[in-house]
Design a protein around this ligand. Structure first.
Ligand code: ADP
Ligand code: MG
Length: 642
């Protein structure tokens, strides 16, 4: 093994791809590499500070945790150093050779798409792409690799706080890196960037100061700029942003902190900064993002709030801090009441933490409520991002039901693009409507065209559309809003008789059948379909379609049944009720035919076809496609022969 070379390792394939993109990137915002390196340095100091609570020796005589930036002009090297936790040999390989977080492939793909190498984008297009890329880098946990946007070679000298031996990692960002022993490495990590010619601006103190101020002012550690004579000046505020009074923080500072903490591009949609005093003291700085984080629907449903105890970072994996239905929030909670040496494992059951959680939930929901009232359009944007997540609270957190229900928004049959609250819906109800009607399915537009909504629309009754899977879970739990129960319009008998049809054009052209003939048709269909249906009856639900299916009262609603099957639950076969529109031309003609001829083969075929149509309208398969085709062809050819 060569003395200078050390052992050679290949980068994970995704990393190589990523590095290629970084090196050739057209982004003008190259300066963000500094933000990323400072962010890593600050994390490393946080980690050491936490370990030092139980192992104070680790700090030794170097207890002031800090970051130092040092340009070495003559060599074209920029050094970013910290005296934090450092990395072991193994950690170097894992952390600076692979991408740890899930979604890597997605990242590389998005990165390639936004890297603009097609060269066709105008000035503006380029600008937004840069911002996306800058956001992406943080979001996917690949910040370190952004150093290759400015450096042709990167060297990392590091020693873990609890180890004696140090290491030097080296790479020119093409395919591989080497690791060699380094004598006398100081505790922590020193990143040496051998800048490309076109990136030499980052050696200028003024440029460095400006970048640090813009992106890293809020970091709760001193960041020093050191010149070649060893003189140092502090270039950031040096106190954690959340610990400062609100009045001293401007929008831009909140925004930068949000980028840092949330790894999200764009602006926070909402910012909550509170200092609670009294029985329990804590500070919280919470953000609601303006876009969906990529891991929002991860099955783990983990939140990403960072917990501090008196400015010491404890964990970002504290399950009890906020409930999963608020996992879209980003930010920090800093408590002065929790014990510094609280163990991460028992934290979840800590009574103080439980109180903080309750207070945070209350505050967050009340802020959402205020925003919904003040700016309904802005709230709609929030709802489109996070509504499906917030609704999880309706079945998980019964205590908050009355705070959550007013925050929920719905599309409806009559509402078009409008998002309705339950109050909006209830206010628009006619006096004798005693339930909140809804229909559930996968897609709002398909639901609007369902046969089951026809009779409601014709009577001027609105129907809420439940198109999120989570709706199937909270609806049965919640049951009612105030006095009004939720009622599925695809389940049970309808109570539509009592409402007048607004504009009755629904009755068909064909002559109404004689008294009793429709009943005979129903009896014949029932007999023909036998076990395939639970019942056959006439319906007020339909105006345009001849038939539809509904679930019987007390049976599983049809959409829920489909959903459960999709998720491989064992669901016993549910028989449906076939409802027939007695005003439809087709059913009228069939009823007259039954009256005149009694049961015939043609009528039995028609009975099967009615059922098959109803299934097709439900988006369900026809059980016997060849029989369906044979019957349909028979019926059509007889009709044409007449
Ligand atoms: P992220 O910070 O999102 O994890 P990065 O690419 O920025 O992604 O860093 C990858 C990993 O490398 C970090 O998680 C950390 O474990 C390690 N690392 C980077 N810089 C340092 C440093 N200055 N000190 C200690 N570890 C570091
Ligand atoms: Mg990082």
């Amino acid at each position: 093994m060569a003395k200078t070379g050390g052992e050679r390792h290949a980068f994970q394939a995704e990393v190589s791809k990523l590095l290629g993109l970084m090196a050739n990137s057209l982004y003008r915002e190259k300066e963000i590499f500094l933000r990323e390196l400072i962010s890593n340095a600050s994390d490393a100091c946080d980690k050491l500070r936490y370990l030092a609570i139980t192992q104070p020796d680790l700090l030794g005589d170097d207890a002031a945790l800090q970051v130092t930036i040092k340009p070495v002009d003559k060599d074209g090297i920029l050094v970013v150093a910290d005296n934090g936790i450092g990395m072991s040999h193994e950690e170097l390989i894992d952390n600076l050779g692979t991408i740890a977080r899930s979604g890597t492939e997605a990242f590389v793909k998005q990165m390639a798409e936004t890297s603009g190498d097609d060269g066709e984008d105008g000035e503006d297009g380029q600008g937004t792409q840069e911002n996306q890329a800058a956001g992406l880098i943080g979001q996917f946990g690949v910040g370190f690799y952004s150093s290759f946007m400015v450096a042709k070679r990167v060297e990392v000298v590091t020693r873990r706080a609890d180890e004696a031996e140090g290491w030097r990692w080296r790479s020119d960002g093409t395919g591989s890196f080497t690791i060699a022993r380094e004598a006398d490495a100081a505790r922590g990590t020193r990143i040496e960037l051998h800048l490309r010619k076109e990136a030499r601006e980052f050696l200028e103190p003024l440029r460095i100061r400006t970048v640090v101020k813009a992106y890293s002012d809020h970091i709760g550690l001193p960041i020093w700029l050191e010149n070649e004579d060893g003189q140092k000046e502090m270039v950031n505020e040096g106190s954690a942003l959340w610990s400062r009074p609100r009045s001293e923080i401007d929008e831009a500072q909140y925004r930068e902190f949000y980028h840092h903490i949330a790894h999200m591009p764009g602006d926070p949609w909402h910012t909550i900064h509170l200092h609670a005093e009294g029985r329990i003291e804590y500070t919280a700085l919470l953000f609601v993002p303006d876009t969906q984080p990529f891991d929002l629907f991860d099955p783990a449903r983990r939140h990403r709030l960072r917990l501090y105890v008196r400015r010491v970072f404890i964990t970002d994996e504290c399950d009890g801090l906020v409930p999963p239905y608020l996992r879209f929030m980003r930010g920090v909670v800093d408590s002065s009441d929790l014990a510094l040496n609280v163990s991460r494992e028992t934290l979840q059951n800590d009574p103080i933490l439980a109180k903080i959680r309750t207070a945070l939930v209350k505050r967050a929901l009340s802020e959402l409520g205020k925003r919904a009232k003040k700016a309904p359009d802005e709230y709609a944007a929030f709802w489109e991002n996070f509504g499906a997540v917030l609704k999880e609270g309706l079945y998980e957190d019964a205590e908050q039901k009355d705070r959550l229900l007013p925050l929920v928004r719905f599309r409806s049959v009559a509402g078009g693009e409008r998002w309705l609250s339950l109050d909006d819906y209830v206010e628009a109800m006619p006096e004798d409507q005693d339930a909140i009607y809804y229909i559930s399915g996968e897609d709002p537009e398909t639901l609007r065209r369902s046969p089951q909504v026809e009779g409601f629309r014709a009577r001027g009754l609105d129907v809420l559309l439940m198109a999120d899977p989570v709706d199937q879970f909270w609806l049965p739990m919640v049951g009612a809003y105030g006095e009004k129960p939720f009622r599925s319009i695809t389940q049970g008998a309808s109570d539509l008789e009592k409402f007048a049809v607004e504009d009755d054009e629904s009755a068909g052209e064909a002559d109404a059948p004689a008294e009793g003939e429709m009943d005979k048709l129903i009896a014949l269909v029932k007999l023909t379909l036998a076990d395939a249906v639970k019942d056959v009856r006439t319906s007020e639900r339909l105006t345009e379609s001849p038939v539809c299916l509904v679930a019987d009262e007390g049976d599983l609603d049809m959409h829920l049944e489909r959903l459960l099957r999709q998720h491989r639950h064992e669901v016993p076969m549910q028989k449906r009720v076939l409802e027939i529109n007695p005003s439809h031309d087709l059913t009228r003609a069939l009823a007259r035919m039954v009256g005149q001829k009694g049961a015939t083969d043609a009528l039995e075929d028609a009975a099967h076809l009615l059922m098959d149509q109803a299934l097709i309208l439900e988006g369900e398969p026809v059980p016997d496609p060849s029989a369906f085709t044979r019957r349909l062809s028979g019926l059509v050819s007889r009709a044409l022969a007449d």
